[in-house]
Design a protein around this ligand. Structure first.
Ligand code: ATP
Ligand code: MG
Length: 419
């Protein structure tokens, strides 16, 4: 039957076990993040459009063409958040956190929205988990969050990836570099894509983030950002590199690592998965020392990253690794005939009361059918109640993996599930 209502393009329904795999992965990631001292911040999904146009940059893909923006009934220009850093910084400034607490570590999770052309690893609603450290300009921190990114992936058994490390320099560095870049581009501007040609005037660095093959090729031979850093930025990068070596995090230096957002200053990094094709960036971030000021706060250097949860799941799958769906049902209670339904019903509630996740089949069909249901929900044990069992005050426990059966008292059964 043709569905009358369909989900919007680029959005996903997560049905069990996929939904559970997603949540389980999310929980694992957050456990690692909390282990590094981060606390969760929750900000609205709806924000003012100006927050993003200002901070992400007018000439970025996100602002030029990807925002889900509309006017609300009060005539305000609003958007579904396309990324997580600007809202965190907005809250940090608006709630006056920087007046009370100079150094904070926050993480966030949730849905983000970009009007992109849907394809593998590119959705219109996608999920990110991100971390932000506000209040310090210490290269050890840059190294630490990169180390955290590496830890997150390894804890998920993801190993086939490369870490690209770069620096876009401070604002004066960038200004100087743009002059060099324009000169080096010269007549080649004509062979760039339309977007890049238009952007060359306002923001030529965007060419390094262009996904068009010709632009990519041309960009490879342009001057390196890393050769044009001031001493301060050069030293910062060097210290990050040294620390990564000490922490045994392998990396590759990238001469043009410009991210899709303009607010980065200094260190940038991307973890790219080797089996994911064009959409291979699974976790990425960098330093953004001027963003707090730009959003109206006092100078507060900061750094952070975001990971794309769907792409992380794709990476796990591509490597042939398995994530448990964390299915909770341990006991499936079965009744041999209608007469045992009520005792089975009450036994189920009693098990749940004791913290043992349980289920039973409401179809009223025979035992064979009920055992099939138990298999379908991947219950570890079935607890079978028949006339005989009721008479003896016992339960027949069936191990669903081995098929082994035992006649036990209720107390003994409960004992089996005790941790
Ligand atoms: P890309 O170059 O792949 O478009 P980006 O520079 O736009 O990435 P960020 O804004 O830094 O990416 O987002 C961080 C992470 O979020 C990305 O590395 C990716 O894993 C994920 N991500 C970004 N956009 C999407 C999307 N449309 N669908 C799924 N995941 C996404
Ligand atoms: Mg993008």
């Amino acid at each position: 039957m043709m569905a009358k209502y369909t989900r919007l393009r680029g959005t996903t329904d997560f049905i069990p076990p996929q939904s559970e795999i997603l949540r389980n992965t999310e929980e694992k990631i957050i456990k690692t993040i909390k282990n590094f001292g981060f606390r969760e911040i929750i900000t609205p999904i709806l924000e003012r459009k100006s927050l993003f146009t200002r901070s992400i940059g007018e000439t970025t893909d996100i602002v030029e063409k990807e925002m889900f923006s509309f006017k609300d009934k009060g005539g305000r220009e609003v958007v579904l958040r396309p990324e997580g850093t600007a809202p965190v910084v907005r809250a940090y400034v608006e709630e006056g956190i920087y007046g009370r607490q100079k150094f904070v570590r926050y993480f966030y999770r949730g849905s983000f929205f970009r009007y992109e052309k849907p394809q593998a690893g590119r959705e219109r609603e996608f999920r990110q988990i991100g971390v932000e450290v506000l209040g310090a300009r210490n290269p050890y921190l840059d190294a630490e969050i990169i180390y955290l990114g590496d830890k997150i992936l390894r804890k998920l058994a993801i190993t086939d990836f490369t870490l690209e490390l770069g620096s876009v320099g401070c604002l004066p560095d960038r200004e100087k570099f743009v002059g060099k870049l324009k000169a080096a581009l010269g007549n080649s501007i004509d062979s760039l894509c339309n977007d890049c040609r238009r952007r060359t005037e306002q923001n030529p660095l965007r060419i390094f983030d262009c996904k068009v093959e010709e632009c990519r090729k041309l960009a490879e031979n342009l001057p390196s950002l890393l050769d044009n850093l001031c001493n301060d930025c050069k030293n910062h990068l060097q210290k990050v590199e040294n620390t990564l070596k000490e922490l045994q995090v392998p990396y590759h230096l990238h001469p043009h690592l410009v991210r899709g957002l303009d607010y980065y200053t200094g260190i940038t990094f991307e973890f790219q998965h080797n089996l994911l094709g064009a959409q291979n960036t699974i976790l990425a971030g960098g330093r953004y020392d001027n963003l707090v000021e730009e959003i109206g706060g006092t100078y507060t250097p900061a750094c952070g990253f975001a990971l794309g949860l769907e792409r992380i799941l794709m990476a796990i799958k591509a490597e042939g690794k398995k994530i448990s769906d964390g299915n909770e049902v341990q006991a499936f209670v079965c009744y041999v005939s209608e007469r045992e339904f009520l005792p089975a019903f009450h036994l189920t509630q009693e098990l749940r009361e004791k913290g043992i996740a349980s289920d039973l089949d409401y179809s009223g069909k025979n035992l064979k059918h009920q055992l099939k249901s138990a298999n379908r929900v991947e219950a570890k044990y079935s607890l079978i109640l028949g006339e005989d069992e009721i008479k003896k005050g016992k339960v027949l426990l069936k191990n669903m993996d081995t098929g082994e059966q035992k006649l036990l008292s209720k107390e003994e059964v409960i004992g089996i599930f005790k941790p």
